[in-house]
Design a binder for this molecule. Structure first.
Ligand code: NAG
Ligand code: NAG
Ligand code: NAG
Ligand code: NAG
Length: 539
């Protein structure tokens, strides 16, 4: 199907417009359309031509939306008739991770067994985005069943737009790479333990893991209901916030964002000895900070200070570090056990929805999927264990307790130092070299402890590593802002952060050029080099 769609794009298109200095911003698309110079059909054709040209080098896509052009024509008619946009995302190209349902397109989850699993309705977040006029261009490549770095058996591995020898990150990698290389303007990923944050970092763009329960998971293949979230990617922070506010159906997120506050009102916590204490053995692997990531971190903190943000530095003592890492390690065991034992129930819920799937759909239960003859050995073994342990929820109770302990620990930092957020490197390492991926552990990240507590976390692109032959622009580096919850006294009820953190950072973007250059280097990229030794100007 993919080939057919690509072929039709190639043949139907006579002439594709190109936009000079196009910045892949929602506002720009809207001004192109309101000027009357271009219509939505032109925009979609422009992106489809980019897909044909660049995707083979990145491999970010599983299937294209065969009716994208028809939907663009509908939007053109709407605009023509009503003299206004359908909504905030009128004609904004959207890419959707292939574990999120889009009516009429298979939700493969990256595995062969699900190639013909075609939902009859959209995931709830998709309905919300479409109602605002977004155009789905394609479904993106992902780690099988959104699990870590497992390469999809359907289309294979994603290649990092900045260095084709390197990976695009763990499971929402296609969505990260698609926005990074300008195949779409916004995209969606799911994040259970870093799958939106890491690809944001590895692809040099913004990404958000929302607080638990702020964006609906209906219509998404579940991985672990106690930690699953769905979040956006974008090149520009305001576009990320707009998308997120629509997904969460909360206008005040967007409105608060546009009311700028003075920079010094944002209190950013920095654990000053965090990086140096990271060399610990946790989860059987080593936390060790890459020197270039460390430098980017320090550089960013200095810039924050120069810009007048309120940076509150504090350090943890040896006992505190030991407690932290002990808790992480401990929590991880119950995390894995609870994930495995919850799988049957959450998968049964997803596949059992009679409105989602026709009565002749291939799978109505987890057990039927387990019996699929196309299921690969990895999942057969994994599902088998999940079925055996399905009635044992004891580890889930332990997990809940550990999460509470962790929240208590972290909330104490917010309270003691009067913080809005804490900043830490998103990944301790640069994007991993693809051949070595089996050896590298995606859990070796500093954000892991924030993720399991349900705190909303924003990945911020802050710059690049040294240039090299393989990566002529250097490799992107991201930092994560782990926001505090609304109410410290309501430990169980994680709510979305006041967006003050986000809007202040947007304000940074309006500061003098030279400051902007470092902090938002990722947004001023002129070129992306896709193949070793071969330069390709993407924008
Ligand atoms: C969009 O613009 C093109 C010219 O670039 C025109 O040929 C086409 O008819 C327009 N489509 C719609 C649906 O208005
Ligand atoms: C480390 O910090 C904790 C709490 O912040 C404190 O109770 C403890 O006494 C400190 N330990 C040392 C060795 O300073
Ligand atoms: C499931 O696991 C059990 C216990 O390890 C094993 O005996 C059985 O053969 C497995 N079944 C399948 C279908 O893999
Ligand atoms: C919407 O977002 C605002 C600002 O971030 C927050 O205070 C409020 O609680 C949210 N409303 C809902 C219903 O979640």
């Amino acid at each position: 199907m993919l080939m057919l769609v690509l072929a039709s794009v190639l043949f139907c298109q006579k002439e594709v417009v190109s936009f000079k200095n196009f910045d892949f911003k929602i506002e720009t698309i809207h001004s192109l359309i309101s000027s009357g110079e271009y219509n939505c059909t032109n925009i979609v054709q422009f992106f489809q031509s980019r897909v044909v040209k660049y995707n083979p080098m990145i491999n970010a896509i599983i299937s294209n939306n065969p009716i994208a052009l028809q939907q663009a024509a509908d939007l053109d008619n709407y605009f023509h008739r009503n003299k206004k946009f359908k909504g905030l995302l009128h004609c904004v190209p959207l890419a959707v991770k292939d574990n999120i349902d889009v009516t009429g397109i298979p939700t493969t989850g990256g595995i062969k067994s699900l190639r013909y699993s075609i939902p009859n309705k959209n995931a709830l977040v998709i309905d919300r985005l479409l109602a605002q006029g977004a155009i789905i261009l394609f479904k993106t490549n992902l780690g099988e069943l959104a699990f870590g770095s497992r390469i999809s058996e359907i289309v294979g591995e994603c290649m990092n737009p900045f260095d084709s020898e390197r990976s695009c990150g763990p499971s929402s990698f296609g969505s990260g790479a698609a926005v990074s290389s300008g195949l779409s303007v916004i995209s969606l990923g799911t994040d259970t333990s870093g799958s939106v944050l890491y690809p944001g970092s590895f692809n040099g763009i913004f990404s958000l893991r929302p607080a638990l329960n702020t964006t609906p998971l209906d219509g998404i293949i579940p991985l672990f209901e106690k930690a699953d979230t769905v979040g956006p990617f974008a090149k520009h922070l305001d576009d990320l916030v707009t998308t997120f506010s629509i997904m969460a159906q909360n206008d005040s997120i967007r409105n608060e964002f546009s009311n700028k506050i003075p920079l010094d009102q944002l209190k950013i916590g920095v654990i000053s000895n965090f990086v140096d204490n990271l060399v610990h053995f946790v989860f059987g692997s080593k936390y060790e900070m890459d020197q270039e990531v460390k430098l980017a971190f320090e550089r960013t903190i200095n810039r924050f200070k120069i810009l007048g943000l309120s940076v509150q530095e504090f350090s943890l003592n040896k006992t505190e570090f030991e407690n932290l890492f002990y808790l992480l390690d401990n929590m991880f065991d119950s995390y894995v056990q609870c994930l495995i034992s919850s799988k049957k129930k959450s998968m049964d819920y997803y596949f059992g929805d009679v409105q989602r799937f026709e009565s002749d759909s291939p799978f109505r239960t987890f057990e039927q999927l387990f019996k699929s003859k196309f299921l690969n050995d990895y999942w057969r073994e994994d599902f088998n264990i999940s079925l055996i342990l399905a009635n044992d929820q004891s580890e889930c109770n332990i997990f809940d307790l550990k999460v509470e302990e962790m929240k208590n620990l972290i909330f104490k930092w917010y309270e003691q130092h009067d913080l809005d957020c804490i900043i830490i490197p998103t990944s301790t390492n640069l994007p991993d070299i693809r051949e070595q991926k089996e050896d590298s552990d995606f859990l070796t990240s500093a954000v892991f402890f924030g993720i399991l507590t349900g705190l909303p976390t924003l990945n911020l692109p802050v710059g690049f590593s040294e240039k090299s032959e393989n990566a002529p622009d250097g490799l992107p580096i991201g930092l994560s802002l782990m926001s505090k919850p609304d109410q410290l006294n309501k430990l169980n009820k994680m709510e979305i952060t006041p967006m003050t953190e986000l809007r202040s950072l947007e304000a940074l973007n309006q500061n003098p050029k030279e400051l902007k250059k470092d902090i938002f280097a990722a947004m001023s990229i002129k070129k992306i080099y896709i193949l070793k030794g071969r330069k390709a100007a993407i924008y």
